[in-house]
Design a binder for this molecule. Structure first.
Ligand code: T3D
Length: 271
């Protein structure tokens, strides 16, 4: 679908220390084109560089979060003409989705996926790459890849099996069945499914709460939890200790302890 002469493909808004980035191709269910990838990368660059940002919310405009790759994008759509060279989808993954997924997991602030509607294909993988996934009850997650002859990508295989175990991961990926938000929460795929009329408040409240917390420690928590998946128990404890050495020399630890002892709210500033 052409986006010529229309609104930005990614909208940016800020409230307090919370930066909301909205995928904005609602007519195509916010599916990814190369151009939308470029705008999203720029939005993440800007959020990373702006020290007033202490939490990012990634969401979608309209009724979907994101339907994955735009299958009609001329840059990636298969050329159906006889004898045409196949489109190498692997190149698209390397060029766009891998940097995006890695980027989200390395952001210097917590990232919330506010899944406002269907998250399909790479759209689901990108939502699951975020630190905390909150979905509206009517939202759903679809491993759409098998229906078009592909494997889950953009980190999908890695994330799915770790989040919900091999049995659930394989069944979701092979069937491509729609998984409702309540069931996704029950399975451990996401943090929380909330009633549609409470969704905006829940997302805003969680984001504001995280933004007021010790950002550097939250990001270190992500790093240690991710790293610990590859470590044995003893090495994970050592890694935790290394981070405690680093964090306990920083402002936020001293402030957190001082505030606790003085029975006052803490003001965290590290990022
Ligand atoms: O190059 C590569 O392939 C790289 C690989 C990337 C990884 C992937 O993400 S592969 C998976 C790609 N995504 C899909 O296969 C999902 C395709 N979409 C759907 O299955 C359905 O749209 C949904 C289940 C997500 C939602 O269904 P429904 O009935 O609520 O909506 P709809 O009517 O199907 O879609 C509404 C419109 O959005 C429609 O356009 P129209 O007819 O109103 O002009 C539909 O074509 C468009 N749309 C939805 N998904 C995509 C899309 N257009 C392009 N690409 C899409 N992925």
């Amino acid at each position: 679908m052409s986006d010529a002469g229309v609104e930005p493909l990614v909208k940016i808004a800020q409230e307090g220390a919370v930066r909301t980035i909205t995928l904005n191709r609602p007519k195509a269910l916010n599916s990814f084109t190369g151009a939308m990838h470029e705008e999203l990368a720029a939005a993440l660059d800007a959020a990373q560089a702006d020290r007033s940002v202490r939490c990012i919310v990634l969401t979608g405009a309209g009724r979907a979060f994101c339907a994955g790759q735009d299958l009609a994008d001329p840059a990636v759509a298969p050329d159906m003409s006889p004898g045409a060279k196949p489109t190498d989808v692997g190149n698209v993954i390397e060029r766009y989705y891998k940097p995006l997924a890695l980027r989200i997991r390395a952001m210097p602030v917590p990232v919330i996926a506010a899944v406002n509607g269907v998250a399909a294909g790479a759209g689901a993988s990108i939502a699951l790459a975020c630190d905390i996934v909150i979905a509206t009850r009517s939202a759903s997650f679809i491993q759409a890849f098998s229906k078009i002859g592909l494997v889950p990508d953009a980190g999908g295989t890695w994330l799915l099996s770790r989040l919900v175990g091999r049995a659930n991961a394989l069944a979701l990926a092979m069937t491509g069945d729609k998984l409702g938000a309540d069931e996704a929460q029950r399975m451990g795929l996401i943090w929380r499914s909330v009633a549609d009329d409470e969704f905006a408040g829940e997302v805003a409240g969680t984001a504001a709460r995280l933004a007021a917390m010790p950002t550097a420690a939250l990001v270190a928590t992500r790093k240690v939890i991710d790293a610990s998946m590859q470590l044995d128990y003893a090495d994970a404890i050592s890694l935790e200790g290394q981070w405690q050495s680093r964090l306990s020399a920083a402002h936020d630890y001293l402030e957190g302890v001082a505030a606790f002892l003085a029975k006052r709210p803490a003001t965290f500033t590290d990022r």
